[in-house]
Design a protein around this ligand. Sequence first.
Ligand SMILES: Nc1ncnc2c1ncn2[C@@H]1O[C@H](COP(=O)(O)OP(=O)(O)O)[C@@H](O)[C@H]1O
Ligand code: SF4
Ligand SMILES: [Mg+2]
Length: 335
Amino acid sequence: MPALLDVQHLTVELPTSRGWVRPVHDVSLRIAAGETLGLVGESGSGKTMLSLALMGLLPQGAKIRGEAWLNASASAASKNLVALRENDWRAVRGGEIGMVFQEPMTSLNPVMRVGKQVAEAIRAHDPHASRADLQRRTLKALRRASVPEPETRAEQFPHQLSGGLRQRVMISMALAAGPKLLIADEPTTALDVTVQKQVLALLAELRRAMQLGMLFITHDLGVVAQVADRVAVMYTGRVVEHGPVREVLTRPQHPYTKGLLAASPTLERGKFLPIPGIVPQLTDLPPGCAFAPRCPWRRVECDAAVPELRAVNADHSARCVLVGEAVQAGHEACR
Ligand SMILES: Nc1ncnc2c1ncn2[C@@H]1O[C@H](COP(=O)(O)OP(=O)(O)O)[C@@H](O)[C@H]1O
Ligand code: SF4
Ligand SMILES: [Mg+2]
């Protein structure tokens, strides 16, 4: 399938008082039009930093290497996000890539009516639109995100809306200028379960109707199972497993993915086993596999060097020395 986004060997480096760290380390991934890639991992694994890199919103002082091609298959419209200048980003953010965050209140202006905020998002990419046109398109954007009574809601301020409605307004803003790629960073984490389901259903419907490619970031494998076609699992900045969602969730190859599954209250019925230990600091990574201190299958070669991503099959890979061995049997025995 042609790629809408093609990320190759992307690395982000940040200065800290204890030296440079790499919250995103040699990450490669692809998203096709209409496809959803779920990006999962515990807190601190680099998911948000990767999404900020793809929006040109990295913290000051960050260094970025590698490539991230948007519209990778259409040579005329193709652009490398890593090489964009600030002026070029204005057209890309919102225009070609929309973004939805966990907490809409941090992105919405508390003293501006929500309709005006959606209109501003449209006007940023179409400065000559007439007032009447902006109003019509604002209501259409709110309606598309299933905001009930859009005429009334457009006149309200963010604090007058529920959390779920605020997230719908954010989604309508993110999609108002018609981007082809949506980056959604934990968009349902702050919502209660019922509202979360509704927002996930909305995103699935928008994705289908608009042929949206989506990078869906979450720490919840249960959510990934509902929304994603493929999944990339991140740990300490690196992708440690990558493949079709059903295959990865039913036949995980990396012990970390296996651990996340056992720790998922939504997927693992009956027992709920948190992964022992904590995510190491980026300044204190072990020399070999970063998961080694928490891994029940650790052996000498795991500490020698960071394992390469190994192919499980044409679509599925994992960064573990056990790939290619009878890993599945071993995992089952130890659970
Ligand atoms: N401004 C910064 N300077 C240095 N390190 C940072 C900065 N912001 C985040 N980090 C580190 O980058 C890593 C990845 O963070 P983040 O992308 O927010 O993870 P996630 O979204 O997966 O929870 C964490 O170890 C975090 O401490
Ligand atoms: S490489 Fe070794 S330590 Fe790392 S996940 Fe695989 S078995 Fe565990
Ligand atoms: Mg995050």
